[in-house]
Design a protein around this ligand. Structure first.
Ligand code: NAP
Ligand code: HSE
Length: 328
């Protein structure tokens, strides 16, 4: 049986999740895909610290060492920020590796470039994990777009902020306590400012805009307001009136072709579809011409939901290569 060698770039919450799922599902993946998968290298910034027992020999701090691995075919990327992530993935694609990323900061800005480069090199880019954690919004939208036009995307795209708002309302926690807990649970970004300021939801919205409309709004024209402006008192007042804060990202294609987006906290009442979406859950609503309105709901962050969609991307890519999966 053929062996596929993979590397994992970044071995924090998401990277470790990928490693665990690949191990736990090794036999099933082998049976379903007809190939054996071997994690051959793991890239971190500090290779002296063993995060998962039995992985020390796989760890390196040097991307050259990763790409020099003979027979490397798949690179999972779960590091942070645009660089060096983009450069590493560009090099991986030029080495004819399929790449699967969770990094929305990099992908919002460089996704189109990376996908064009991948096409030229005959490899695939999986990016389901860049938006809404374990919710399969990218593959669903790709399918919908085969037949439909999408005119609006609206949703809760950040698990950390939804978790914080839920705990402030339901448990009476302070903002700081709820944020620390979101960090402990592995929901928050390495720099949680990206979550609470709305920047993380904004990057995800831009990834969705590129996919749905083939373009993004001018970033400087998108108003991005975080939840860092919402006090415990404001949450209490809203709750007393039967309202809930939701941090909502929205992008529209207008009839004149302009693309407009915004990210902001809004108050919703019990009639609103986002009212029941609590905790780390995300919800993404797409307005389409034939299907009508479709909403996907699920866990928007965390080790296993995120890693699961990355391993699904891997399975889809390997299946597609073997000619039995069509949607990537
Ligand atoms: P994390 O726990 O902070 O882990 C980041 C990992 O990347 C660490 O192992 C770190 O190495 C490594 N790293 C960072 N910069 C690096 C560099 N320049 N070279 C080599 N390694 C580097 O972060 P995470 O939560 O797993 O998130 C990873 C990515 O997935 C981010 O882009 C994030 O936005 C995205 N994402 C996260 C979630 C989630 O629920 N956490 C969900 C969807 C997408 P050290 O261990 O040596 O510090
Ligand atoms: N920090 C992000 C969130 C991780 O809370 O939604 C998932 O992208």
């Amino acid at each position: 049986m053929a062996t596929i060698k993979a590397a994992i770039l970044g071995f924090g919450t998401v990277g470790q999740g990928i490693y665990h799922i690949l191990n736990e599902k090794r036999e099933e993946l082998r049976e379903k895909l007809g190939v054996e998968l071997e994690v051959a290298k793991i890239l971190v910034t500090d290779a002296s610290r063993e995060r998962v027992p039995g992985t020390k020999h796989l760890m390196t701090e040097n991307i050259d060492e990763v790409l020099a691995e003979k027979g490397l075919q798949v690179v999972f990327e779960a590091i942070v920020n645009e660089e060096p992530a983009y450069t590493y993935l560009k090099r991986a694609v030029e080495h004819k590796c399929h790449v699967i990323t969770a990094n929305k900061v990099m992908f919002a800005k460089r996704g189109t470039e990376l996908q064009d480069l991948a096409k030229k090199n005959g490899v695939f880019v999986g990016y389901e994990a860049t938006v809404a954690g374990g919710v399969p919004v990218i593959k669903t939208m790709k399918n919908i777009l085969l037949v439909n036009d999408v005119s609006r995307i609206q949703g809760i795209l950040n698990g950390t902020t939804n978790y914080i708002l839920t705990k402030m309302r339901g448990e009476g926690w302070s903002f700081d306590k709820a944020l620390s807990e979101a960090q402990r649970l592995g929901y928050a970004e390495a720099d949680p400012y990206n979550d609470v300021s709305g920047q993380d939801a904004f990057k995800k919205l831009m990834v969705l805009s590129s996919l749905a409309f083939g373009e993004q709004p001018d970033w400087s024209e998108v108003e991005v307001i975080g939840i860092d402006t919402i006090s415990t008192e404001a949450v209490k007042e809203a709750t007393a009136k039967g309202l809930r804060y939701r941090h909502v990202a929205q992008v529209d294609k207008l009839s004149d072709g302009r693309i407009v987006g915004k990210v902001e906290p809004i108050l919703v009442d019990s009639e609103h579809p986002l009212y029941p979406i609590d905790d780390v859950f995300n919800a993404v609503t797409m307005e389409t011409n034939y299907i009508g309105t479709l909403t996907l709901v699920g866990p928007g962050a965390g080790m296993y939901p995120t890693a699961s969609v990355m391993v699904e991307d891997y399975a889809e890519i390997i299946g597609k290569r073997a000619g039995f999966v069509v949607s990537i």
